[in-house]
Design a protein around this ligand. Structure first.
Ligand SMILES: [Zn+2]
Length: 340
């Protein structure tokens, strides 16, 4: 019985501390001090005790009743005071969570574009903006893709009525930069590209591309791999594993493809949607600049070599944040955008 009384005291006082307004306080009173309350219930057990025990426990119960009633009155006075102050408008709760109106912010792609540009600037690259509409020559011809070349089928293209192209890659700027280049040239070209194709979780008709363009003496594939890997480690802030496999692009020779280990599943989930269970994600096409591209831009191909890569910024941002579908970026869905 003595333990039951002590337990009731502890429970009742804790519950009282939680009461936030007068309604809750009344409820508390009913539960502990009311006619059918916990105190009444426990008092009934006195009957079963012998006279001496009954007297002893009776005193304890009485003390508890007084204690609870006093605590109740104190709390009631406190809550009444608080409600009065609140009603008069002078109420100010220092412990209430702060309110800050929700402000707009840059789109996650823009944030990450600036983040990536900063890394390249620190590595000694200059940043160039790509055109969004260009002519056939700069998008294809200057990149060793003459008319009727079967490689044109690699890109499903939007054309304007004037015969201009919505650029399919930022490489459309290569010719201009190479033509004016005074090596060493270290440039990164950023812009939007457009593909006339069906969309899915990994493909979108509009995407951001970041292109690296490097021209100097004695440039090899090792320079390309080292530069690209350094960038990725800075971008993801972790050591990355690169897989390099041969690939074909008309404007490089040899052409390679960079794949990076899937950070979403850690290469462990066969049902991973981001990497399709393969553990690797294709990030970029790259290679040494094709001698034909250099010659067209008037660069002495005996003296200079260069490398180039192009990667989709959208896919890189997906990897960084674990975004499973590329189409979220252009949906204009605030619930998605406010997470960044
Ligand atoms: Zn994966």
């Amino acid at each position: 019985m003595a333990e039951a009384i002590a337990a009731l005291q502890e429970e009742a006082l804790k519950a009282l501390a939680r009461a936030q307004d007068l309604n809750q306080l009344q409820l508390w009173h009913q539960v502990y001090l009311g006619k059918k309350g916990a105190l009444k219930k426990i008092s009934r057990r006195l009957r079963n005790l012998d006279p001496e025990q009954r007297r002893e426990q009776g005193i304890k119960l009485n003390n508890l009743k007084q204690k609870l009633e006093q605590a109740y009155e104190k709390k009631e006075a406190e809550l009444k005071k608080r409600e009065k102050r609140r009603a008069s408008g002078e109420w100010f709760d220092l412990t209430a969570p702060g309110y800050w109106p929700r402000q707009g912010h840059l789109h996650p792609l823009t944030q990450m574009r600036q983040y990536a540009e900063d890394i390249f600037l620190r590595m000694g690259f200059e940043i160039h903006e790509a055109r969004e509409v260009d002519d056939d020559f700069h998008n294809f011809g200057a990149l060793n893709i003459p008319p009727q070349h079967p490689a044109r089928d690699l890109w499903d293209t939007f054309w304007t009525e004037q015969g201009l192209v919505l650029v399919t890659h930022t490489s459309s700027m290569q010719h201009r930069l190479l033509k004016q280049a005074q090596p060493p040239l270290r440039a990164v070209i950023v812009g939007r590209c457009f593909r006339h194709e069906a969309t899915d979780a990994r493909h979108e008709h509009t995407l951001y591309q970041m292109e690296g363009l490097y021209l100097d003496k004695k440039v090899t594939l090792t320079d390309l791999i080292g530069t690209f890997k350094t960038f990725l480690q800075e971008f993801f802030q972790r050591p990355v594993q690169l897989k390099i496999q041969p690939s074909y692009f008309p404007f490089v020779e040899p052409g390679i493809e960079f794949l990076v280990d899937c950070a979403i599943c850690g290469q462990k989930d066969k049902s991973c949607r981001t990497c399709g269970g393969k553990g690797w994600i294709e990030l970029a096409g790259a290679g040494l600049i094709h001698p034909q591209v250099l010659t067209q831009a008037g660069v002495d191909r005996e003296k200079y070599q260069g490398f180039a890569w192009g990667f989709g910024l959208d896919r890189l941002v997906m990897m960084k944040y674990g975004i499973e579908d590329i189409r979220h970026f252009h949906r204009g869905d605030l619930a998605f955008l406010h997470q960044f």
